[in-house]
Design a protein around this ligand. Structure first.
Ligand code: SAM
Length: 296
């Protein structure tokens, strides 16, 4: 990413989590009660206005109805991937994993909000220095002290060694660890994605990585025009997509690197299978990404 300012996509995804929180009564896909303050919002009108601006921006590339569909898909996906991570985190903690590393954390609020899931664990937020500095300024401005078990590791995937950064930042490489890596893969080149998997694969058995993987789409041509347009706009804003994967190929690459248990599910299937506890059957219309949990 262009490192001159905090990630715009990190803000947008948190704003969409905030919109879900203020517009949906519980039970929700995700209860991100801190997305509002983490975005600096004080009124429910604000996430709604960000959503509306997103729809307007996407409408430059096609019909407004399609733009609304894509914006809603993004909101559902952003909430679902975080809930999927919370689920995997709960299982990992029950299995004795006490080290949590959140790669490309953005405005993720897990460490501040999910006390039951993080108590007794050490948590590390690893993110681009510009994004992390912006988050820390926001935390200070709203008077929220980070929890004592959280450490910040400023890190640029494209310029530094993750293994070195983790070691220097105090992450214990002999300890089973769960890595959250949500919404980051597309912004990294293939070799960086693979290097990251190799760094994680050096952790002990029982360690796990949880991510949402951007896949090439089978959408209709007019939908493709909107996706292509939105990705072009992202690139102009300094956050270009640099890698996409065929799910089977990615699974094979995980296996080659030693990941023994791989869960790979479409958002559609995950939303359907979890509809009861999510409070409804949310439908994500486009097959642009899949949820992945891979354990060593
Ligand atoms: C779409 S946001 C996702 C944020 C968060 N994980 C979420 O789910 O809301 C992308 C994140 O990747 C981070 N990122 C992108 N490129 C990066 C790089 N080269 N080095 C470090 N972080 C990077 C950004 O700082 C941002 O936090």
């Amino acid at each position: 990413m262009d490192g001159s300012r905090p990630s715009w996509t990190a803000f947008m995804m948190a704003a969409l989590r905030a919109r879900h929180f203020v517009s949906t009564p519980p039970p929700r896909i995700l209860d991100d009660s801190l997305a509002m303050p983490f975005c600096g919002f004080t009124s429910p009108d604000q996430p709604n206005a960000v959503y509306e601006r997103l729809v307007e921006g996407l409408s430059r590339f096609g019909e407004r109805a399609l733009a609304e569909e894509l914006a809603t898909d993004l909101m559902i996906a952003g909430c679902a991937r975080s809930r999927f991570f919370e689920d995997r985190l709960a299982e990992a903690r029950a299995g004795g994993v006490d080290q949590i590393v959140i790669l490309g954390a953005g405005l993720d609020s897990t460490a501040y909000r999910c006390g039951a899931l993080t108590a007794g664990a050490t948590v590390f937020e690893v993110d681009h220095p510009a994004t992390q500095a912006g988050k820390r300024e926001m935390l200070a401005s709203i008077g929220l002290a980070p929890p004592a078990n959280l450490s910040f590791l400023p890190f640029d995937f494209e310029a530094q060694s993750l293994a070195d950064a983790l070691r220097e930042g105090g992450v214990r490489s002999h300890q089973p660890t769960i890595f959250g890596w949500l919404g980051v893969q597309p912004y990294l080149a293939d070799e960086t994605v693979m290097a990251t998997l190799e760094t994680i694969a050096a952790f002990p058995a029982g360690s796990e990585v949880v991510l949402d993987l951007i896949v090439s789409t089978g959408s209709a041509p007019d939908e493709d025009a909107m996706l292509a347009g939105s990705r072009q706009a992202l690139a102009s804003a300094g956050e270009a997509f640099r890698s996409t994967y065929a799910p089977d190929d990615f699974a094979a690459r995980l296996r080659e690197r030693g990941f023994a248990e791989i869960i790979m599910t479409s958002f559609q299937d995950w939303l359907r299978d979890n509809a009861e506890r999510l409070g409804g059957h949310y439908v994500k219309k486009r097959n642009t990404s899949v949820l992945v949990a891979a354990r060593l």
